[in-house]
Design a protein around this ligand. Structure first.
Ligand code: NAD
Length: 534
């Protein structure tokens, strides 16, 4: 089971091309989209239930993380009663949606992808403002959202094509039924892509989807709702319920008519949802709830003694500090063979020191503010822990930026022990732990010695060592001689195991199987005449 099959396996899905900002026209397009969206800041987004804008007594306020005096906008904040209304409407509409041909549902998702292409730079600009995503990251997120629509449209049609095993006198058909109603509970860090991915998967397979975006990225999510309706998704099968996780999120998880919870987020919340869904299954609801939970990581890159250090430094720096280290796939540990430890550490520190820090709307920015005050405080606590557990070799001072935004400069801690909190716990910020290993055995032991198994990688020029890495590094996504972030739909299906996830790969061939129920239909075709029609 562990051998990768020999020979080449050409890609069969064409990803949306990433934006080349060395082209002036692209830079201009992004700049003018940022200015257009700036004029729309301060907007308000109500809930959308059954196509109807719905106001609530409470609101969620979203501010620009790198300029927190400025409001991106507000959204209504859903409560349990709104979850009931959305589920009721979904129950009324889902059967019709499920009976439409898969090709028709796929066509709506392709239309949604086209609408995203039309508003491409504006959608990215909303991400710049609401999530502090630098240009390259923001546009890549929109590309990924488009990819998810196209890929799941394609895959749903593949699932709906004929599967059977006929023999003379007997016809056997194997079909997939939608599960019913999906609660889609998303994180803020890929604010359009992950929400779109889970939603498109549910819709493509004939389910209704109730979107519960993260509080921090609910304005961006409102654009997905708007475009979904414009693409012809029936109002009853797509709902937008921003609100507090503990309130509307929990209400959806426990709702007796929600069949599936598609969750991406932190480990604690994911595990709590898993337990809660199991507890109500068979009691208040008469089926077993399906939970898909994609959770955190504590990802490591090994730097072998014969690694190309230039490449290793570039790969580690971008994987660790791109988007402020707030990717589930981000590198937060680098395990370096002792022969090259000092040389690598020195170059890593200097390369990181030169990373441009600033507002995400500036084209040169690589490191901007983290998502909110709570995140900043948590990361600062880890930095204090790092000072006790290791040697601080870099702590970039963000200066006056800290007065206006939730900035944390890149930090590197060397000589961290594998058991240290800095080496074990997900920090979700621009903090990197460097660990020393005497040989590859020890390096792999360190890499695998955490609760998570999401992404990982190695820089090495030894084919034998790369082979060992293939077999021995326990992660869902393994990268050899490249950075460990930036998985592409269809090309690097994404997701982990251990405490990183209980689902199969987003953007992969078996992903949609989680959204359906298989059914086998067998007919005896040795007919003995037909009854006349009634
Ligand atoms: P989070 O767990 O705090 O929140 C995720 C979502 O869950 C939000 O919409 C939130 O409102 C909701 N929620 C919170 N409490 C809830 C409850 N009791 N019941 C129902 N819903 C509830 O995560 P986050 O801070 O938004 O995202 C960061 C985390 O997500 C990191 O741990 C990161 O590693 C992980 N992540 C994982 C992947 C992956 O593919 N494995 C991808 C992106 C992010």
């Amino acid at each position: 089971m562990t051998d990768a099959p020999p020979g080449s396996c050409p890609a069969t899905f064409a990803n949306e091309p990433h934006v080349d900002f060395s082209i002036q026209a692209n830079r201009d397009a992004m700049r003018s989209a940022i200015e257009r969206v700036r004029q729309k800041l301060g907007c308000h987004c109500p809930l959308v239930i059954n196509g109807n804008p719905t106001e609530t007594s409470n609101r969620i306020v979203s501010v620009i993380p790198y300029d927190f005096a400025v409001e991106v906008g507000t959204t209504a904040s859903a409560e349990a009663a709104h979850a009931d209304q959305a589920v009721e409407a979904a129950r009324a509409a889902q059967r019709d949606w499920s009976r439409r041909p898969a090709a028709e549902r796929a066509e709506r998702l392709r239309r949604l992808a086209d609408l995203m292409r039309k508003e491409f730079f504006e959608l990215a600009a909303w991400e710049v403002f609401e999530s502090a995503k630098p240009w390259r990251e923001a546009t890549a997120d929109v590309c990924e959202a488009i990819d998810f629509c196209e890929y799941y449209a394609q895959e749903a049609q593949r699932l709906a094509s004929c599967h059977g095993a006929d023999v003379p006198g007997e016809e056997n058909r194997f079909v997939y039924l939608p599960r019913g109603i999906a609660a889609v509970i998303a994180p803020w860090n890929f604010p359009l892509a992950i929400l779109t991915g889970m939603t498109a998967a549910a819709l493509a397979t004939g389910n209704a989807a109730i979107m519960k975006p993260a509080e921090q990225s609910s304005v961006i999510a409102s654009h997905l709702m708007r475009l979904g309706l414009e693409a012809g998704i029936p109002p009853g099968v797509l709902h937008y319920l921003p609100g507090r996780g503990e309130e509307v999120g929990a209400a959806l998880v426990e709702h007796p008519h929600v069949h599936l919870i598609a969750f991406t987020g932190s480990r604690d919340v994911g595990l709590a949802i898993h337990a809660r869904a199991a507890a109500v299954s068979g009691r208040s609801c008469k089926f077993v709830k399906k939970v898909i939970a994609e959770m955190g990581g504590k990802n490591a890159i090994v730097v072998d003694r014969d690694a190309d250090l230039d490449e290793a430094v570039a790969g580690v720096v971008y994987s660790a500090f791109g988007f402020q280290g707030q990717k589930c796939s981000a590198c937060s540990r680098v395990v370096v063979l002792e022969d090259v430890y000092d040389a690598f550490l020195h170059r890593l520190t200097e390369a990181t020191r030169s990373l441009p820090v600033g507002p995400a709307e500036e084209p040169a920015t690589i490191v901007s503010a983290v998502i909110d005050e709570e995140a900043r405080n948590r990361i600062l606590e880890y930095i204090a822990i790092g000072r006790e557990e290791g040697r601080e070799v870099l702590g970039v001072d963000v200066g006056d930026f800290a007065k206006r935004g939730y900035y944390v400069g890149p930090h590197i801690f060397a000589d961290i022990s594998p058991e240290a909190r800095l080496a074990q716990e997900e920090i979700f910020g621009p903090v990197l732990a460097v660990l020393k290993a005497s040989d590859l055995d020890e390096a792999f032991r360190i890499v695998n010695g955490v609760d998570y198994a999401l992404t990982g990688g190695i820089y090495s020029r030894s084919p034998a060592h790369l082979d060992r890495a293939r077999r021995e590094i326990e992660v869902g996504n393994l990268y050899l001689n490249r950075g460990i972030t930036g998985a592409l739909v269809g090309r690097q299906p994404f997701g982990g195991f251990k405490l990183s996830g209980i689902g199969s790969k987003a953007g992969g061939q078996d992903y949609l199987l989680q959204y359906v129920l298989p059914k086998t239909i067998t007919e005896n075709t040795m007919r003995r005449g037909f009854a006349p029609p009634e």
